[in-house]
Design a protein around this ligand. Structure first.
Ligand SMILES: [Zn+2]
Ligand SMILES: [Zn+2]
Length: 311
């Protein structure tokens, strides 16, 4: 079945957020769109899937809404029997991406300077001595794909990012810092956080993130895959493989989850280890599953490595 996946966000003040949530729920239901929408007083963050007609209509409806004009919709067409988004979830939260910092303290008014993919490419081509490239994502994302020479913070959740910055301020002292994330949403506030610390000489962020950069420069300075937060997991860009299998360290870059549902470890597993350890993360988990002592996770979708785009 051909589905179009829309990925978008916008930082905008929403005063009547519950009202907007109800409206969004009704709109998506009416168009039979599936996926998730997060609304907060600071804006909207969404991934929605549906037919080409329904998603096209949705974009028009959003364009006509006073709050949601001029959104940079990123989209991809998937032709698959796998249902990537089985449900619709529209929720109200404190932040559209959880940083655990009150949206009124670190706002996008203080955000870093946006660079277009072209400006980014130019900056990296003539890389100044004092330029530091900082990955604004979690470590497991950066492991399978990142910009050349980027600092990859060893964090598991975005909400650990502010603490990482606080503890590593000397890395950014008097530097020009180029930040990036998947589609740009995290950098809007993460770059504001870094700027407010007052140590960096300049803070840049890539407009539209890795997503927009690799569209323009598929063989540019980004190596590996763009990790995405839906069932697709990672989206191939070129043929580079920058990750390694967690079990045998061979060069590989596809994640899986341990078959032992109680373990559920998210790890990189090569096809050989997948077979050898029967889809589990270790000999221990393999034994537990073989003995029927633990529940097992449902089968994973077939990995498709050639999706065209990502968030
Ligand atoms: Zn392996
Ligand atoms: Zn395990």
């Amino acid at each position: 079945m051909v589905r179009r996946i829309l990925l978008f966000y916008k930082y905008v003040n929403i005063n009547n957020v519950q009202e907007v949530c109800d409206w969004m729920k009704a709109t998506c239901t009416g168009l039979d769109l599936k996926g998730r929408v997060i609304l907060a007083t600071e804006g909207i963050n969404a991934t929605l899937a549906g037919s080409v007609e329904a998603t096209t209509l949705f974009v028009k409806i959003m364009e006509a809404h006073p709050l949601f004009k001029k959104i940079d919709f990123k989209d991809s067409i998937e032709d698959s029997t796998h249902e990537y988004f089985p449900r619709l979830r529209v929720v109200v939260k404190n932040e559209i991406v959880r940083m655990d910092i009150d949206p009124s303290h670190v706002t996008v008014q203080d955000t870093g300077k946006h660079l277009t993919p072209e400006q980014t490419h130019k900056l990296l081509t003539n890389k100044p001595e004092d330029l530091v490239v900082l990955d604004g994502r979690n470590y497991y994302e950066a492991r399978v794909g990142h910009f050349e020479g980027a600092i990859k913070p060893e964090i598991q959740y975005f909400r650990q990012f502010p603490e990482y910055i606080d503890q590593n301020l000397e890395l950014f002292k008097d530097k020009q810092v180029l930040m990036y994330c998947t589609g740009g949403i995290r950098c809007e506030r993460a770059s504001a956080y870094l700027k407010l610390k007052g140590v960096a000489k300049e803070v840049f962020q890539i407009k539209g993130g890795i997503h927009r950069y690799v569209e323009k420069f598929p063989n540019g300075f980004f190596r590996g895959k763009n990790y995405v937060f839906d069932d697709r997991i990672e989206v191939g860009i070129n043929n580079d493989v920058v990750g390694t299998c967690d079990l045998c360290q061979v060069s590989y870059d596809s994640y899986t989850n341990c078959l032992n549902a109680q373990c559920n470890k998210h790890f990189i597993c090569c096809p050989e280890c997948m077979q050898k350890f029967a889809e589990t993360c270790s000999a221990e988990c393999q034994q537990l599953v073989a003995d029927g002592k633990v529940p097992v996770r449902p089968p994973l979708r077939i990995t498709k490595r050639d999706f065209c785009l990502a968030v």
